[in-house]
Write a protein that binds this ligand. Structure first.
Ligand SMILES: Cc1ncc(COP(=O)(O)O)c(C=O)c1O
Length: 464
C-alpha cells in the first residue's frame, strides 16, 4: 500500500485528479464558510485507530470531503481574506513534481538542479526589486522565517561576538524598530532570537498606518542615550491590517545615517514589483539590505513559500555556517542551503514560484496584481456609496472600512457575513479603529464576486 505498483499508482493518480477537480468546482459554487465544528471533526476521527489498513481510494475521498466541509474556502472567489491566496495552478504542479522526486535541498551536491533553480529564481526577484550588491537569499517557509533571518543577519553584522556569545556580547541590549502596524510575528522573532520581546520597538504611525520617521529617529536617539544598541530598522511594505506602505525612502535614509541594517518586510506588497505601472509605490525598497517577499501571498504560490533576499550574501554563512562530517562535501561553486539558512533538511519550495513565474512571466503577474488593485477600488467605491467610511488608502488591494453608523460594530457585521456563507471578510483594528477588512487575494475573483460581497456586507448591516 505504501509503495503501489505502477498500474495502481496511475489509477489512483487519475482518481485523485478527478476527485480534486470535482471538489474544486463544488467549492466555487458553495458557501465560502462551511460549518466548522472541531468537535464533529474529532468525532469522525475516532474510527481511525490505525489498527488495520484501509483502501486508499476511500481515504482520499474521505479527506477531500473533510476539506470541503471543514475549512474556510481560501480558493473561493468571494474569499476576500487575510493574505492567503487561491493557489496558482503551476504552483500546484510544482508541489506534485516535488512530491514525486522529493529532493533534499540541504546540500547542493545531492540536488544541484533544484538548488540552482531556487537560486536563479531568488536572484531574478532580487534584480526585479532593484536590489544591487552581493545578491543572495533563499526560499523560506514564510515571512516569519524570512524576517527572523533578517534579524539574525542584523545582529551578526552589528556585533562580532554575537555568533558565539549571543545577546550578551553586545555592550547594551540590542533593539530594532518596526511600526505599530507591523506584523506581530516580530515579537515572537525577538523572543526566538534571545533578545526579548521588548527589543522590538513599536514606532508610532501617522494615522494612515505608516511609520512616522520623526518618531523613528527619536526612538533611536533615546535608545542610544539609554545604552541600548540599535541594530535594524524594518519598514513594512504592505501592513497586514491595511496594506499600508511605510515611507521606504525616509526609513532607508535614517538607517543609513544611523548605520543600521535596513530590512523591508514586503511579505504581501512585494508582488507589486511585477507591475511597471504600480511598482513606484515601493520606491526605496531597492535601498534595503534585505527584504522579505512571500511567494505564498500575492504571488499565489501554495502555502509555505516565502523568500529572504539580501544584498550581502556573504553574511549568510557567517550566520548559519556549520560543518558536519556526514554532509556531502561542498565545492567552491556550491551554495549549500544548510549552511546559509535557518533550516537543515529542506523541501524544494522554490519550484512553485519558478514554474508560476516562468509560465506567466512578469507580465502575467503584473496583470494579476493590477487586476486586484482595480477590484479593490470597485469595492472601495461600492462601500463608500453605501455609507461606509473608508479607513485606509487601498494601494495594495486591501480595503478597510467602518460600517455605516447604527448598523452594528465591524465584528458584528463580519460575523453576520460569515454566517451567511456568501463571502469571507475579517474584522481588524486599524489605527485604533475597528474595521471590516477585505483583500482581493484570488486571481479568479471577478467584478461580479465583488458585487456579491458588497451585497452580503450590505445585508449584514441592514439586519441590525
Ligand atoms: C507584512 C507581513 N509580514 C510577515 C508576515 C508573516 O508571514 P508568514 O505568515 O508567511 O510567516 C505576514 C503575514 O501575514 C505579513 O502580513
Amino acid at each position: 500500500m505504501l509503495f503501489p505498483n505502477d498500474d495502481d499508482r496511475r489509477r489512483w493518480d487519475y482518481f485523485l485528479s478527478s476527485a480534486l477537480a470535482a471538489a474544486q468546482a463544488r467549492v466555487a459554487e458553495g458557501p465560502v464558510t462551511p460549518m466548522l465544528d472541531p468537535s464533529a471533526i474529532r468525532e469522525k476521527l475516532i474510527p481511525f485507530d490505525f489498527a488495520a489498513p484501509r483502501p486508499l481510494e476511500g481515504l482520499i475521498a474521505w479527506v477531500i470531503a473533510q476539506m470541503e466541509d471543514g475549512v474556510v474556502h481560501f480558493s473561493h472567489p468571494c474569499y476576500l481574506g487575510l493574505f492567503n491566496p487561491a493557489p496558482a495552478f503551476p504552483a500546484q504542479c510544482a508541489d506534485r513534481i516535488v512530491g514525486v522526486f522529493n529532493p533534499q535541498l540541504a546540500a547542493a551536491a545531492t540536488s544541484p538542479a533544484a538548488v540552482e533553480i531556487e537560486r536563479h529564481t531568488i536572484l531574478a526577484v532580487a534584480r526585479r526589486a532593484g536590489l544591487t550588491g552581493d545578491l543572495g537569499g533563499h526560499f523560506t517557509t514564510g515571512g516569519t522565517e524570512a524576517n527572523y533571518t533578517a534579524l539574525l543577519c542584523s545582529l551578526t553584522q552589528a556585533c562580532a561576538g554575537f555568533a558565539a556569545e549571543g545577546a550578551r556580547a553586545f555592550a547594551g541590549p540590542p533593539v530594532f524598530y518596526v511600526s505599530r502596524e507591523s506584523h506581530l510575528a516580530w515579537l515572537k522573532i525577538a523572543h526566538q532570537a534571545g533578545i526579548g520581546r521588548t527589543a522590538a520597538r513599536m514606532i508610532a504611525t501617522d494615522g494612515n498606518g505608516r511609520m512616522r520617521p520623526d518618531s523613528l529617529t527619536a526612538a533611536i536617539e533615546r535608545d542610544r542615550v539609554q545604552g541600548c544598541t540599535p541594530v535594524m530598522i524594518v519598514a513594512t511594505a504592505g501592513t497586514t491590517a491595511a496594506g499600508a506602505i511605510d515611507p521606504l525612502i525616509a526609513c532607508a535614509e535614517i538607517a543609513r545615517d544611523a548605520g543600521l541594517w535596513y530590512h523591508v518586510d514586503a511579505a504581501w506588497g512585494g508582488a507589486l514589483i511585477a507591475s511597471d505601472r504600480l511598482r513606484h509605490r515601493l520606491a526605496g525598497i531597492e535601498r534595503a539590505n534585505s527584504i522579505t517577499i512571500d511567494a505564498h501571498k500575492w504571488f499565489a504560490a501554495t502555502m509555505g513559500c516565502g523568500m529572504f533576499i539580501a544584498t550581502r550574501a556573504a553574511l549568510l554563512p557567517e550566520v548559519f555556517g556549520v560543518s558536519a562530517s556526514f554532509m556531502p562535501p561542498s565545492s567552491a561553486h556550491n551554495f549549500d542551503p544548510y549552511t546559509s539558512t535557518v533550516q537543515w533538511s529542506r523541501r524544494f519550495l522554490g519550484l512553485r514560484l519558478f514554474l508560476a513565474l516562468a509560465s506567466a512571466g512578469w507580465a502575467g503577474y503584473a496583470a494579476h496584481v493590477e487586476r486586484a488593485v482595480a477590484l479593490a477600488s470597485v469595492l472601495q467605491d461600492g462601500l463608500a456609496s453605501r455609507g461606509w467610511r473608508i479607513a485606509n488608502e487601498p494601494a495594495l488591494a486591501v480595503v478597510c472600512a467602518e460600517p455605516p453608523a447604527g448598523t452594528g460594530s465591524a465584528k458584528e457585521v463580519v460575523s453576520r457575513v460569515l454566517a451567511s456563507g456568501r463571502a469571507w471578510v475579517s474584522a481588524a483594528t486599524f489605527e485604533g479603529r475597528d474595521v471590516v477588512r477585505a483583500c482581493i487575494t484570488n486571481g479568479r475573483t471577478t467584478r461580479r464576486d465583488i458585487m456579491e460581497t458588497l451585497d452580503a456586507l450590505h445585508s449584514a448591516c441592514r439586519s441590525v
